[in-house]
Design a protein. Structure first.
Length: 64
């Protein structure tokens, strides 16, 4: 998945790159499933904030 995140390649390109490495064909649907599975295991921004416990202060500027 590092190849996907770092290169932001399409699933079709990624499947072509992975095929020689894995020694078998990989469908873009399989890659999509892997990305979805790993994404589901990732922490939410709220979970990261709770774990890191940043100290908030100052002013918030919003431009819209």
């Amino acid at each position: 998945m590092r190849i996907y995140v770092q290169g932001l390649s399409s699933y079709r390109v990624l499947a072509t790159v992975l095929e020689p490495r894995l020694g078998r064909p990989v469908s873009r649907f399989a890659i999509n499933g892997w990305v979805q599975e790993l994404g589901a295991r990732s922490k939410t921004p709220l979970e990261v904030s709770a774990q890191l416990a940043p100290k908030w202060g100052g002013f918030l500027g919003v431009d819209g």
